[in-house]
Design a binder for this molecule. Structure first.
Ligand SMILES: Cc1cc2nc3c(=O)[nH]c(=O)nc-3n(C[C@H](O)[C@H](O)[C@H](O)COP(=O)(O)O)c2cc1C
Length: 276
């Protein structure tokens, strides 16, 4: 039996279980004073490399939101599990102008492209500027941030994924009760699930070509994961038509891929997978 729950304030955290990223956002106020606070209402927005953006939701009267409006910059620092107590310390309601990081064991380091500092102990950091601000009526402020840089501890960048997940040790935010007790998942088990191709009977309509593709272009298209193949086909054909082509060549396909930041290296990931 299912039962409908009443939707109350803070439904997204109190009742609805929403496993989330735990971050500390660092900003500067108009006078250049540092502010830090935890934020989990954060998600990718534009996933393409051309204009990578993320979305952040914050109380409109928070220091973080006010500072982002004033300075146009913020840094998203992903907190590892061993610093959850420090993260909670930065959530306290300190008065304006207080640098919460000074109440913690966290270390400030200069960011690469923006003025607010980054946090040394955070293995994964996004330096952002503002793209757009949305003020929802009687609700959150939404910031769409442009990602200027994704910064990692150097050793993590080329680490195989499972090892990297363990090394980063990022907790999973599991919401709170009455804004007092915050729950987190740490040292979780990591499972891996393979995305298979649909059974043969369903494959027919998967990619419908609207124009001729050269053999090598078509072969490359088929190395792209099935989930995005249709979209890529349509975009590539539109691009080729705009360029006055009557067929899709590999060169044109790669030109579009480059424009979207999908380099040869990007395609290589799928090719190797296919072979292995
Ligand atoms: C784990 C965690 C996640 C949080 N996520 C958010 C969030 O996404 N949006 C928000 O407005 N407040 C969030 N908060 C609450 C703010 O951190 C808190 O209101 C803080 O005092 C705001 O500080 P500021 O005024 O310096 O920005 C979160 C708190 C915790 C502990």
């Amino acid at each position: 039996m299912k039962k409908e729950a009443k939707i109350k304030p803070f439904w997204y955290s109190d009742i609805w279980l929403f496993p989330k990223l735990i971050t500390i956002i660092t900003t500067l106020d108009e006078q250049g004073r540092i502010n830090a606070a935890p934020y989990s209402h954060i998600m990718q927005y534009d996933v393409m490399a051309k204009n990578p953006r993320l979305i952040l939701g914050a109380r409109q009267d928070s220091h973080t939101f006010t500072n982002i409006i004033a300075t146009g910059e913020f840094v998203v620092n992903c907190v590892p599990a061993q610093h959850l107590d420090d993260m909670m310390e930065t959530a306290r309601f300190y008065p304006e102008g207080v640098n919460e990081l000074e109440q913690t064991n966290l270390t400030m380091i200069p960011s690469l492209h923006v003025k607010p500092p980054s946090i040394q102990e955070c293995p994964q950091i996004a330096e952002c500027t503002v793209d757009e601000i949305i003020r929802l009526e009687k609700s959150s402020g939404i910031v769409i941030g442009k990602i200027k840089a994704l910064v990692f501890d150097e050793k993590l960048i080329d680490m195989p994924r499972e090892e990297r997940i363990r090394a980063m040790n990022l907790p999973v935010g599991l919401g709170d009760e009455s804004r007092m007790d915050y729950f987190h998942g740490v040292n979780y088990e990591i499972t891996k699930h393979v995305l298979g191709e649909p059974p043969d009977a369903f494959k027919g309509g998967e990619v419908q070509l609207g124009m001729t593709w050269t053999d090598d272009a078509l072969q490359t298209l088929m190395t792209i994961p099935p989930g995005v193949r249709k979209m890529v086909t349509e975009q590539t054909e539109t691009f080729a038509r705009e360029k006055g082509d009557d067929k899709v060549t590999l060169a044109r396909f790669q030109e579009l891929a480059d424009e979207y930041g999908m380099s040869d290296e990007f395609f290589d990931r799928f090719r190797k997978k296919k072979a292995g």
